[in-house]
Design a protein around this ligand. Structure first.
Ligand code: GLU
Length: 286
């Protein structure tokens, strides 16, 4: 959906970090760019902690994240949402998908899947080969007993959208994404489902985040459609790279706020990732 302003909707952006480590410069960049985008358009900006992965998420990282954002002058509106507390909404969405007959139980292990599929050419993503995909898709209100994940059946169809930075995107769901998981075998909610339900229910009108999630946008747009919501506008931003040209990751020494926050002011830190123009807007809008 383009032209949020013309449709009269108030712009509402968000930052949705996973608390699996201390913030690094890549996260600071994504947070600042989404904050700037919303604030420049007079919009709201909300914070959602994506702590559904219980093994990798830690409360202390979430608290540091919140403190780092506050210190950076990137303040959010309203209460902070925590995905770990939103299970009932994901449950409802799954029920709706099951009633539409577009999800099925999958008992494949990771090893089964690796053995049966070739990695996607562009990003190494594994396309599910469809071993558990039923021939017909009955509406179902219950899944069989036993350990299994739940997968969304995707059609052989293109999703088209215009990314504000990367331009027109055409993604064939079956070829480029494959049937994807909405609930994991351990009962945990999958990222694609949780993020879509939350962006929908939180009234998000624009998503500004790293380029690594560009392909995921197509999966999310398809889920928005199935769940009966309008998709937000997308603006993916290029990932920051270190001097060796590698994607900045949590392990890069010197690029994380443990190291940087004691040595720099918020403005000095932001100047490492923002242009002068963006920095001037941050000063004006904070
Ligand atoms: N939680 C995801 C991450 O930290 C971002 C999700 C999103 O912005 O859609 O990588």
């Amino acid at each position: 959906m383009n032209g949020t302003e013309s449709s009269g909707l108030r712009v509402r952006g968000r930052f949705a970090p996973s608390p699996t480590g201390r913030m690094h410069l890549g996260n600071v960049y994504a947070a600042a760019m989404s904050w700037l985008s919303a604030r420049r358009r007079g919009g709201e900006w909300v914070l959602r902690i994506e702590d559904i992965d219980r093994e990798r998420s830690r409360r202390e990282y979430a608290e540091q994240l919140i403190s780092d954002l506050d210190w950076l002058g990137l303040r959010w509106d309203g209460p902070i949402e925590w995905q770990s507390r939103r299970g009932e909404f994901y449950e409802q969405a799954l029920r709706s998908l099951a009633e539409q007959g577009v999800v099925y139980a999958c008992a494949c292990t990771r090893a089964d899947i690796m053995a049966a599929s070739a990695p996607h050419q562009s990003d190494g993503r594994i396309i599910y080969g469809g071993r558990c995909r039923p021939a017909g898709m009955p509406r179902q209100s219950e899944f069989p007993a036993g350990r299994h994940s739940v997968r969304l059946w995707v059609p052989d169809r293109e999703v088209c959208f215009v990314d504000r930075n990367f331009g027109e995107q055409r993604v064939n769901l079956a070829r480029d994404c494959g049937d994807f998981i909405v609930r994991r075998a351990d009962g945990g909610w999958a990222y694609q489902l949780a993020v879509t339900v939350d962006d929908a229910l939180m009234g998000i009108t624009e998503v500004v985040r790293g380029e690594d999630l560009l392909l995921s946008a197509a999966q999310q747009i398809y889920l928005f459609e199935l769940l009966g919501y309008a998709a937000p506008e997308y603006a993916h931003i290029p990932l920051l790279r270190n001097e060796a040209g590698e994607r900045l990751a949590k392990r890069d020494r010197g690029a994380n706020l443990d190291e940087l926050r004691p040595k720099l002011t918020p403005e000095e830190l932001l100047s490492l990732v923002l242009t002068d123009e963006d920095l001037a807007d941050w000063r004006r809008l904070r």
